[in-house]
Ligand binder design. Sequence first.
Ligand SMILES: CCCCCCCC(=O)SCCNC(=O)CCNC(=O)[C@H](O)C(C)(C)COP(=O)(O)OP(=O)(O)OC[C@H]1O[C@@H](n2cnc3c(N)ncnc32)[C@H](O)[C@@H]1OP(=O)(O)O
Length: 384
Amino acid sequence: MADRSFLDWPFFEPRHRSLKAALEAWCGTHLPVDHGDADAACRDLVAGLGAAGWLQHSAAGEGEVLDVRSLCLIRETLARHDGLADFAFAMQGLGMGAVSLFGTPAQRGWLERTRSGGAIAGFALTEPGAGSDVAQTATTAERVPGGYRLTGEKTYISNGGIADVYVIFARTGEGPGAKGLSAFLLPADAPGLEVVARIAVIAPHPLAHLRLDGVILPDSARIGAPGAGFKIAMSVLDVFRATVGAAALGFARRALDEALVRVQRSRVGGGCLADHQMVQGHLADMALEIDAAALLVYRAAWTKDQGAARVSREAAMAKLYATEAAQRVIDTALQLHGGDGVRHGFAVESLYREIRALRIYEGASDVQKLVIARNVLAEPGGIG
Ligand SMILES: CCCCCCCC(=O)SCCNC(=O)CCNC(=O)[C@H](O)C(C)(C)COP(=O)(O)OP(=O)(O)OC[C@H]1O[C@@H](n2cnc3c(N)ncnc32)[C@H](O)[C@@H]1OP(=O)(O)O
């Protein structure tokens, strides 16, 4: 049944099928974009995604509930067409996730700007000495009359240098380790905040190293209760890790698209590559990994949409499996392209670079294993 779509799976409702069709039409006329100047491309993408209304799905507004399946469908679709479009969309959601979940009405003013494409958001969690181990966060937010003074360094910050606002995590000292962190809204033009260096990585993602030298923020900039920062960060990551899996799925589907065209066009030994059983074995493995990844991604999204308070295990499984499987799928697609697979300008070459980054961002694969194992150990009788 060639026309059987994964959108017919019981995870989805008619509105998801409509959304997917409308987004495909938008992507067909707006993507891919030129990545030559990634900063400018990212700004244009945020404006375009905002004008078309897609960013409304990146985070929930006042009185709304985030639909994680829509978020995943959008990331998957954008990633299949253009990885930078996915990055631009996703970082608006990750950046403002804490405000969406825990923000005050005044803080939500920023959220409405990022959801309309009028402002760019960044998520400032990672530090030079605190990557996987968030509890080691060293940036301090020391109490001053009416607010806080922030001092420290943040690195690999998404949209660093082009963001208008960051959500930043700093140590306020209510307790040791994870218990002593708080979250803050930090406007990019705050005195004392400096973009020390832009960081060029394997994919065209705007990232930067930030320094905070006595940045003063009012009490009203704190998101949630003092000391709640670690749990706020984890709650946001709980949702967004499943969506990283969705982006990986989009990359993997694109790799299979490219491979299918290639093996049906390439002639070898009087036939085409696709006639060879060894090639067919590769195609079968790719299709299988894609379907397995999709099941895990949309299981996590659906579970969250059913009202589950936490989907740590499901989201970690989705992110871990989908990113690792997508790497294998893309590697196979690249191999099937021969020399063209490693040549700049071919889709599989850029997919190969984009997917490598996703196995590290938002919790490296080993961190996901840790999260899964802890949840399995905490569930008496196992998970079945
Ligand atoms: C496309 C390009 C994108 C580029 C953008 C890049 C963006 C990024 O990469 S952002 C940075 C990503 N960083 C990470 O993902 C960090 C990974 N690390 C972690 O997730 C954690 O540090 C981890 C899981 C390894 C270990 O945490 P650990 O310090 O052991 O804390 P743990 O003991 O599990 O939990 C501490 C408390 O938080 C609670 N908690 C843990 N998880 C959650 C959760 N999901 N929700 C709510 N509460 C939680 C625990 O219940 C515990 O509470 P209590 O003390 O009351 O019992």
